[in-house]
Design a binder for this molecule. Structure first.
Ligand code: VAH
Length: 317
C-alpha cells in the first residue's frame, strides 16, 4: 500500500484508522474523505476531501488526483439507523460499495471492505459461528453486508481485484462515538459510568454479542491488508472478535474499577431484536491461521483503558 483513500473517515473506525495509517505510511499518503466535515480536526495533518460515495465520478476523481492504490471503504449506515432508513441504507451501503468497486476495477486499486457479524441472521449457528455458514440476515444493514461480501469476492474472482474484508464485531472506543448501531450500548455504558455513575442498557441482560476494542480492530485491518494475498484462502470476509459478553458482564467489569457503578435496563425492542438475530460468539480460526489475527485486549484490560481515557476526555471539559 502506498497511497490510501479512506471513505467514511470521520466515523468511529475511520478517525482512528486514518491516524494509524498516517503514522505508518506518512500523512500525505493517506487521504481522508467523508460526506461531512464534523470532527475533521481529529485527523491531524494530511489531505481531506468531501466525498459522497453515491457519486462515482467523485470517487474516480480522487483516485486519479492522489494516485490511490488502496481504498479502505468505511462509508455506510449502521444497523439501527439502517432499519429506520432501509432505502437510504441500501443506496449508501450497497450502492456506494458498487461505485467503489467499479472505480477499483478501472483503476486497479485494492479494496478493504468492513463486513459485520450482522451478515449472519436467523438460522446461523449462534455459538462459535463458523467462518463459512448460513447467511440470511433479517436487517437491511445485514443484507448490505452479505451483498458487500459477495460483490467483493465476485470482483476478485472475475476481475482479479485484491479485495479483502473482515466481519467486525461490536467495536468499543473512546475517540469517536459510534452512531446508530446496536452494539453501541457497550460504548454508551462507559460514557455514562463516568458522567452519571449509572447506565440504563437498551440491550437486555443475557444478550451475548461479539465485541472488540478499537486498537485491536485497527491493527487487524492493517495486518490483513499487509498480509500475503497468496496465503489467503478466504477474503470476504474474515470472522474476527476478541471477546463475547452480555450487559451484566461489562457492568461487572466496570465495577472492578468503579465499585459504586449501577446499571438498569430500558430495553429498545428494535435493537434487542437485531441483537438476538446476531451470533453469540464467532469462530475466528481462519483469521488467525491465514493472516495472524491476534487481539490483545480482553474485557477488563479494555475497561481499564476506556475509563482512563474517558475520565481525561469527559472530566476536563
Ligand atoms: C452496529 N456497531 O451495531 C455496528 C456493528 C456488529 C455491530 O456492525 O450496527
Amino acid at each position: 500500500m502506498k497511497n490510501i483513500l479512506v471513505t467514511g473517515c470521520l466515523g468511529q473506525i475511520g478517525t482512528e484508522l486514518v491516524k494509524k495509517l498516517r503514522k505508518g505510511y506518512g500523512a500525505d499518503h493517506v487521504v481522508g474523505s467523508d460526506v461531512k466535515t464534523t470532527g475533521v480536526e481529529k485527523l491531524g495533518d494530511g489531505p481531506f476531501e468531501i466525498l459522497d460515495v453515491r457519486e462515482s465520478q467523485t470517487i474516480a476523481g480522487l483516485v486519479e488526483k492522489y494516485n490511490i492504490d488502496t481504498i479502505m471503504h468505511l462509508a455506510g449506515l449502521l444497523s439501527a439507523v439502517g432499519e429506520m432508513k432501509p432505502q437510504l441504507a441500501w443506496q449508501i451501503n450497497a450502492g456506494g460499495l458498487f461505485n467503489v468497486l467499479e472505480v477499483a476495477r478501472e483503476k486497479r486499486t485494492a479494496i478493504f471492505f468492513p463486513s459485520s457479524i450482522a451478515a449472519f441472521g436467523p438460522g446461523t449457528p449462534l455459538d462459535h459461528t463458523p467462518q463459512d455458514t448460513i447467511q440470511r440476515p433479517a436487517t437491511m444493514y445485514g443484507i448490505t453486508k452479505v451483498t458487500g461480501e459477495l460483490l467483493c469476492d465476485y470482483y476478485h474472482l472475475k476481475y482479479g481485484l485484491d479485495t479483502r474484508g473482515v466481519r467486525f464485531p461490536g467495536l468499543i472506543s473512546y475517540e469517536t462515538e459510534p452512531g446508530g448501531g446496536t452494539t453501541d450500548y457497550a460504548v454508551d455504558i462507559y460514557y455514562k459510568a463516568i458522567t452519571d455513575g449509572h447506565y440504563d442498557s437498551f440491550i437486555a441482560a443475557g444478550t451475548y454479542m461479539d465485541m472488540m476494542y478499537m486498537p485491536d480492530a485497527i491493527n487487524a485491518v492493517v495486518q490483513l491488508m499487509e498480509a500475503d494475498g497468496a496465503k489467503l484462502k478466504h477474503r470476504n470476509a474474515f470472522n474476527i472478535s476478541a471477546m463475547s459478553f452480555e450487559p451484566e458482564e461489562i457492568a461487572a467489569s466496570i465495577r472492578k474499577f468503579m465499585p459504586n457503578f449501577t446499571m438498569g435496563y430500558k430495553v429498545d425492542p428494535v435493537r434487542q431484536a437485531i441483537a438476538e438475530s446476531w451470533p453469540n460468539s464467532l469462530d475466528v480460526h481462519a483469521a488467525k491461521e491465514e493472516w495472524g489475527f491476534n487481539p490483545q485486549y480482553d474485557l477488563d484490560k479494555m475497561t481499564e483503558d476506556m475509563l482512563k481515557h474517558l475520565k481525561e476526555k469527559l472530566l476536563k471539559k
